[in-house]
Design a binder for this molecule. Structure first.
Ligand code: SAH
Length: 218
């Protein structure tokens, strides 16, 4: 678990790339400057950690592309006081970006193996305040609801009603919507129990939002 000056230099270049691609929020850029992304990847891929691409992690899943993480985070328009639910813990990198911004993070993963691995990593990196949950993201987290923001980091075939129900009034759900290879990045703002505003922020690619939990077989 080493973080060197070389890694810091690479992070600084990544931040420049993110700026050039249109990320303006300084707090988000600061999260990318300070969180050692290479530690979230398998050793074989560590040297690519600071290029702006998505990478395989464990259990056939990916760590989202840095630009996608930064863009989704900026859509949440966080002040730093919110309660945020993330669907798709994966590597844990996105959770750390959110936590770095000061919000209370709850994150759900359906792959048991990944859930255990990432929980351990977050503790090692000093992000133990992130609450990791093993479960089916389609159901959200009735135990910790309601949330001010919900961020889905896998491609959803439809908007799960449970997630809309677990949003506070004034809250936002950011969700990549669409079956198949490509999704539209959609932001839904809940103005009242039955009044929602929907905005479209263009095309992205995610691994699929799957139903149910994948437990480790013993
Ligand atoms: N936020 C992650 C991106 C991971 S890729 C990161 O920063 O690395 C999306 C993740 O969503 C995968 O780990 C996948 O297992 C998970 N996922 C898919 N369907 C899910 C579901 N129903 N509930 C919870 N997690 C799910």
């Amino acid at each position: 678990m080493r973080d060197t000056y070389t890694h810091k230099g690479l992070r600084s270049k990544l931040v420049t790339t993110l700026r050039q691609k249109g990320i303006k929020n300084e707090r988000i850029l600061s999260a990318f400057m300070n969180i050692p992304r290479h530690l979230f990847l398998d050793n074989a891929f560590a040297k690519w950690a600071y290029t702006d691409v998505a990478f395989p992690i464990d259990a056939d899943q990916t760590i989202s592309q840095p630009y996608t993480v930064a863009f989704q985070t900026s859509l949440l328009e966080l002040k730093g006081t919110e309660r945020v639910l993330e669907i798709g813990t994966g590597s844990g990198f996105q959770s750390c970006v959110l936590s770095y911004l000061g919000v209370k993070v709850y994150t759900i993963e359906r792959q048991e193996k990944l859930y255990h691995r990432t929980e351990k990593l977050l503790n090692q990196l000093g992000f133990g305040r992130i609450r990791t949950l093993l479960g089916d993201g389609y159901k959200g987290s009735p135990r910790f609801a309601n949330f001010d923001r919900i961020l889905v980091t896998c491609g959803a075939p439809f908007v799960p009603q449970d997630l809309l129900d677990q949003l506070n009034i004034g809250g936002m759900l950011v969700i990549p919507l669409g079956e198949g290879e490509c999704q539209r990045m959609i932001r839904i703002t809940k103005h009242a129990g039955d009044r929602y505003e929907k905005e479209d922020f263009g095309e992205f690619r995610f691994v699929p939002f799957l139903q149910g939990i994948n437990r480790v077989s013993i």
